[in-house]
Design a protein around this ligand. Structure first.
Ligand code: FPP
Length: 231
C-alpha cells in the first residue's frame, strides 16, 4: 500500500451543480462549503495527515463581484463557525496564498482560527486562498533573492534552499491530487509541490463529493505504482 500523508483537492463544479438546480452560483459555493466538513472528517477517518483545499485562486478575483463577495463571506464564516469543531476534532488550520490580499474580515477570522488551532495534531487543514502556483514560486524567488542580497552569498541556489522559501515548507508534499468537476488540468495549483503526486480526476461535482468518493480516490491511489524517477 502506498503511503498517503497528504491529499490536495481542486474543488471544482460548484457553479454547474447550482445551475443544474436552477440556483445561483453563490448557492453552489454554499453547498460546496458544507461539503468541506464531511470530506475533512472522511480524511481524518482515512488517516490522512494533511488536506489541502483549493478554495480561491489569484485568478478568481476576475469573477463577478457578487460571487467573489459570497466566497469571501463564506471563508470568514467558515473560520468563525467551524472553530469549535476544529478544536474538538484536533484540526490545525493553515492558509497558503497571499493572505494580505484578502479583505479584512476573512483575513482576521482566519488568522484567529490559525493561531487558536496551531497546536492541534490530528489533521492539518490547509486552505489555498488567493493562491497561485506561479505567485508562490515568484514569492519564493523574491525571498531567496532578499536573503542572498543580505548575506552576499552568490553560490548556486539549491532545491532545498528554494523549497524552504515556499509557503508551507514544513508540510509534506501532496501524494494525491484530486480534481472534481471533470476538467483535466491543474489550474496553477501547487506547481512545485505536485512534482511526484498521483493525479485523480472525477466527473463528480464538488458539492456531491463525499466520503465514498474520497475513499474511491484513495483506493485508486493505493493501486498506483509510484517510482519517484527510479525504476
Ligand atoms: C470552483 O467551482 C470552486 C471555487 C472557485 C470555490 C471553492 C470554494 C468552496 C468549495 C467554498 C468554501 C470553501 C471553504 C474552505 C470554506 P466553480 O465555481 O468553478 O464551478 P463551475 O466550474 O461548475 O463553474
Amino acid at each position: 500500500m502506498n503511503n498517503l500523508r497528504h491529499i490536495a483537492i481542486i474543488m471544482d463544479g460548484n457553479g454547474r451543480w447550482a445551475q443544474a438546480r436552477g440556483l445561483s452560483r453563490s448557492e453552489g459555493h454554499r453547498a460546496g462549503s458544507k461539503q468541506v466538513e464531511a470530506v475533512v472528517d472522511a480524511a481524518i477517518a482515512e488517516g490522512v495527515e494533511v488536506l489541502t483545499l483549493y478554495a480561491f485562486s489569484t485568478e478568481n478575483w476576475n469573477r463577478p463581484r457578487l460571487e467573489v463577495e459570497t466566497l469571501m463571506k463564506l471563508f470568514a464564516e467558515y473560520a468563525r463557525h467551524s472553530l469549535d469543531g476544529l478544536q474538538r476534532r484536533g484540526i490545525r488550520l493553515r492558509v497558503v496564498g497571499r493572505m494580505d490580499g484578502l479583505p479584512m474580515l476573512p483575513r482576521m477570522a482566519l488568522n484567529h482560527a490559525i493561531e487558536a488551532t496551531q497546536k492541534n495534531a490530528v489533521l492539518t487543514l490547509n486552505i489555498a486562498l488567493n493562491y497561485g502556483g506561479r505567485a508562490e514560486l515568484v514569492d519564493a524567488a523574491s525571498k531567496v533573492v532578499a536573503a542572498r542580497m543580505k548575506s552576499g552569498d552568490s553560490s548556486p541556489v539549491t532545491e532545498e534552499e528554494f523549497a524552504a522559501a515556499l509557503y508551507a515548507p514544513d508540510l509534506p508534499p501532496p501524494d494525491l491530487l484530486i480534481r472534481t468537476g471533470g476538467e483535466l488540468r491543474i489550474s496553477n495549483f501547487l506547481l512545485w509541490e505536485l512534482s511526484y503526486a498521483e493525479f485523480y480526476f472525477t466527473e463528480v461535482l464538488w458539492p456531491d463529493f463525499g466520503p465514498a468518493e474520497l475513499h474511491a480516490a484513495i483506493e485508486e491511489f493505493g493501486s498506483r505504482q509510484r517510482r519517484f524517477g527510479k525504476v
